[in-house]
Write a protein that binds this ligand. Structure first.
Ligand code: BGC
Length: 671
């Protein structure tokens, strides 16, 4: 074991041994309303306050002593990079800023699976696929924790809508729960050992997550071996009935103020024998252990503003924005624009000058940067006065329309879901009017969740999706539009043509969304979420999972694997895909591998993502993408055995560039 961890564990044990019962109670919650992101110090024996800050888009202002920090692109944009090293770098950069504001833990990453495209927090999560989610999230957690700061993976679990989030119950069968909604949590816990997990607001199968013994104690702690601590989401414990239930479930920290963990209640409950001191000690130990790991005992709340918002962090934010941008459509290769061919350009739309990093705007992601480059600023900087910006659309060489959403309630934001899949009708009208006056129109969609585009997409030449690109977003967008950066993002979620095409909305019944009269939301579609649903039902999406164009073109020359069979759950096969850049500019391709079970013992999705790798090539250059596929990722969850199972037999590994573009295959036997 890592000696630092061992030392932290020994020291934490000693501290627990020194605490009185009352002090243990005090450690389970915050000092009250004035310190909403800290725990109470125990001065008698030198236990400091453990201090947290919100994420995941950066250090959020409301929880960091009002400090302005780097605002990174939205999590969904990070997922769209399909880039583990960028995720790790973003985690490290955020950790440095967390330390710089004197905190010990960031409340990130958010890894709930996108079940409905309307969910208000899709932008804070990593898409619809458990494999992609866990790959990005594990790298992020490693990046954070390698810097000695804690990561808190949230929201555990099945918090897939914002409507009624504090009262609704997600009703999910065992296989679906594990295979779809817990799978990424399980992998991140096992692969990256996050120091904390945040229990979600909602109920899972009738029991609130913060008091859900089955979820926390039995699955997370006992089955997966989680050794960090569990905290509640903010005020999530209010509707819960008993204190003992939370303690016995395994909830270490009730945030942000005591409700179930009031001294009087804890005292009465332990006296009544509803929980043991041994159970309490374990909860306290878990928290104190992380205090040691994060340096809370040694570092104290030292702030060092110079480590915040460094040039390096801004550059990283811009790179993620660029690499996460998805080129959705590009007729006649209108993009990238050539500066020398332009005399006049029209820039319009409600998102042209919009800033997203505002105080408390959107919820936990409200990182407020010291400045924010809007698309207009970024483009002015790029054009450098050489091209005239004109309001005369007809006369312009190209028109760029900036549309999308923002973090107002009812858009991409906490506490509410969107009400429609499409853009507001005024924006649709604006796109149509612009196209009518000038067919050379580019649409830039700034949003954090799938957008319906049926009404207008046929008329426009090019569409890019920079999501919410963070404080350097305007520069990233300008770089992409003019080809100084390539849009190498791939969709981490399916874009449906219409809402009723997506699983939670297919029946139109409140039973599946947003819930029946008793606020139960039945996940009737089971494991068929995201592309698994579209593939199984043969529904043509507007844009499939994994999709994204490039400014160049690629050919696949040869696909091979280093073996033909897999012998057990820890075995793996490596797929080598030879790719050639046959276009004129350099570019990056993301090779994706999906598994199809040929003789499944239970119904399986037609194909599931099991591996990916990126390869960057200059024109005419050939390169190999090496994709590891682990046998464990071929498993399904067997509800009778309450465990993962890998069927023996034949599998096809389908190789290509999106969930719907899989031209090559490799046969593999599992023995
Ligand atoms: C959110 C969490 C967040 C917490 C603290 C809650 O409303 O759901 O994601 O970390 O507030 O601000």
């Amino acid at each position: 074991m890592n000696p630092d961890i061992k030392r932290a564990e020994t020291e934490a044990m000693q501290i627990v041994g020194l605490l009185t019962l009352e002090e243990k109670f005090q450690l389970l919650t915050s000092p009250g309303y004035r310190r909403l992101y800290s725990t109470k110090p125990i001065k008698r024996i030198g236990v400091p306050s453990f201090r947290m800050t919100d994420g995941p888009l950066g250090v959020a202002m409301h929880s960091s002593g009002l400090t302005k920090c780097t605002r990174f692109p939205a999590s969904v944009s990070l997922a769209a990079t399909w880039d583990r090293s960028l995720a790790e770098a973003m985690g490290s950069a955020i950790a440095e800023e967390v330390r710089a504001v004197g905190r010990h833990m960031v409340l990130a990453p958010g890894i709930n699976i996108c079940r409905t495209p309307l969910c208000g927090r899709t932008f804070e999560y990593l898409g619809e696929d458990p494999f992609l989610t866990k790959e990005v999230a594990s790298a992020f957690v490693r990046g954070v924790q390698d810097r000695g700061i804690g990561a808190c993976v949230k929201h555990f679990a099945a918090n897939n809508q914002e409507i009624d989030r504090t009262s609704a119950s997600s009703e999910i069968d065992e296989r679906t729960l594990h295979e779809t909604y817990l799978r990424a949590f399980e992998s991140v816990v096992k692969e990256a050992q996050p120091w904390s997990v945040m229990a979600a607001y909602n109920k899972l199968n009738g029991v609130y997550c913060s008091e859900n013994r089955h979820l926390i104690r039995e699955i997370l702690i006992n089955k997966w071996g989680f050794n960090g601590f569990v905290m509640s989401d903010w005020f999530a414990t209010r509707p819960i009935k008993t204190t003992a239930q939370c303690i016995n479930a395994g909830l270490s920290l009730e945030m942000p103020v005591p409700s179930k963990y009031k001294h009087k209640l804890l005292d009465a409950s332990i006296r009544a024998g509803e929980f043991t001191e041994e159970t309490l000690d374990d909860l306290v130990y878990r928290l104190v252990r992380v205090m040691f790991l994060s340096g809370a005992f040694s570092n104290g709340p030292v702030t060092s503003p110079a480590a915040s918002n460094t040039q390096g962090h801004r550059d990283l934010a811009r790179r993620i924005a660029e690499e996460g941008t998805v080129l959705l459509k590009n007729e006649d290769k209108l993009l990238p624009l050539q500066m020398q061919d332009l005399k006049k350009i029209t820039l319009v739309g409600p998102n042209l000058k919009k800033k997203y990093g505002r105080f408390l705007s959107g919820g936990s992601s409200a990182a407020v940067p010291p400045y924010e480059i809007t698309p207009l600023l970024g483009l002015k900087e790029k054009l450098g006065g050489k091209v005239e910006i004109t309001g005369n659309v007809e006369r312009a060489d190209v028109a760029i329309v900036f549309v999308g959403l923002d973090h107002k309630k009812g858009n991409d934001s906490e506490t509410a879901d969107r009400s429609i899949l499409e853009l507001p009708s005024s924006q649709v009208q604006l796109i149509r009017n612009t196209v009518e006056l000038n067919p050379r129109t580019v649409v830039v969609v700034m949003a954090g969740s799938p957008i319906g585009m049926q009404e207008w997409i046929d008329g426009v030449h090019s569409v890019i999706l920079p999501w919410y690109p963070g404080m350097e977003g305007g520069r990233a967008i300008a770089n992409i539009l003019f080809g100084d950066a390539e849009p190498s993002g791939r969709l981490p979620l399916t874009f449906p043509r219409r809402l009723s095409d997506s699983p939670a909305h297919s029946t139109g019944s409140p039973r599946t969304y947003p819930g029946d009269e008793q606020k139960r939301v039945f996940y009737d579609e089971g494991i068929f979420v995201g592309y698994r649903w579209f593939d199984q039902r043969r529904i043509e999406p507007l844009f499939p999972f994994g999709y994204g164009m490039s400014y160049t073109e690629f050919s696949f020359n040869e696909i091979s694997s280093d073996r033909e069979s897999l012998a057990g759950p820890i075995d793996k096969v490596t797929i080598a895909a030879e790719v050639e850049n046959i276009g004129e500019v350099k570019g990056t391709q993301t090779i994706q591998v999906y598994a199809h079970a040929e003789e499944p013992s239970v119904e399986r999705p037609p194909s599931e993502l099991v591996g990916f790798a990126k390869v960057s090539l200059k024109p005419s250059e050939r390169g190999k993408a090496l994709v590891d596929v682990n046998a464990a990722d071929l498993a399904y969850y067997n509800a009778d055995k309450h465990d993962w199972q890998i069927d023996q037999g034949s599998y096809q590994l389908l190789v290509g560039t999106s969930s719907r573009m899989l031209p090559s295959k490799i046969d593999i036997q599992v023995r």
